[in-house]
Design a protein around this ligand. Structure first.
Ligand code: FES
Length: 201
């Protein structure tokens, strides 16, 4: 746009400066650690927490059905409004039989952030024969229940770590109750909700 200097409009010279500045910003975009700016469940969690199912009971290896899932809030607060934040919603899955779901230990379970890595809709696990995968209703991203890695749709086209869901580590006690271990929300460990995790093969 050509305009008269001092008129309050942008002159040709200012416009060119603006273009140069925008170019500089775009050059550095890939080096910004965006994960640090994303909202993860707040506060450090020092001790393990129950995998609390929607009915208020604690998930147990002996009773949670193979090839099924539930949405679990973590970390849970006393504030019902905070508990509805997407970034606190996790999909707790007992894997299907063919992926080891009949084992009576913690290896049969997974817990992934339900925030899709594409544009943050909430995906869920579908246990139906022929599916047995996570699916996002917005643009069709699909997630492998074994690893949390996107294998179809736009999330699968994103570069690591933004193609693998954040995950919580689990453990069981002698009664079979399932617990969430204190997480480390970094891409190299449990991942960053809405941003992703480096998959260690
Ligand atoms: Fe999930 Fe786009 S937000 S596929």
């Amino acid at each position: 746009m050509v305009a008269i200097e001092g008129s309050g409009k942008v002159s040709r010279r200012d416009f060119l400066k603006l273009l140069a500045a925008a170019g500089t910003v775009l050059t550095f975009v890939p080096f910004v650690d965006w994960g640090k700016f994303l909202p993860n469940p707040a506060g450090k969690v020092a001790s393990r927490a129950k995998v609390e199912l929607p009915d208020g009971t604690q998930a147990n290896v002996k009773t949670f059905q193979v090839n099924s899932s539930q949405a679990v809030i973590y970390p849970k607060t006393n504030d019902p409004t905070l508990n509805k934040e997407s970034f606190r919603i996790w999909q707790f899955i007992r894997l299907p039989e063919e992926l080891g779901g009949t084992k009576n230990d913690v290896s049969a379970f997974r817990m992934y952030s339900m925030v899709c890595l594409h544009l943050w809709c909430l995906w869920k696990y579908w246990p139906d024969p022929g599916r047995k995968r996570g699916e996002c209703p917005c643009h069709g991203s699909m997630y492998d229940p074994l690893t949390g890695k996107a294998f179809a749709g736009p999330a699968s086209l994103q570069a690591p770590p933004s193609n693998v869901l954040a995950r919580l580590d689990l453990e069981t006690d002698s009664d079979g109750n399932i617990w969430i271990k204190p997480p480390n929300f970094s891409p190299d460990a449990n991942g960053v909700v809405g941003f992703g995790r480096f998959l260690k093969e």
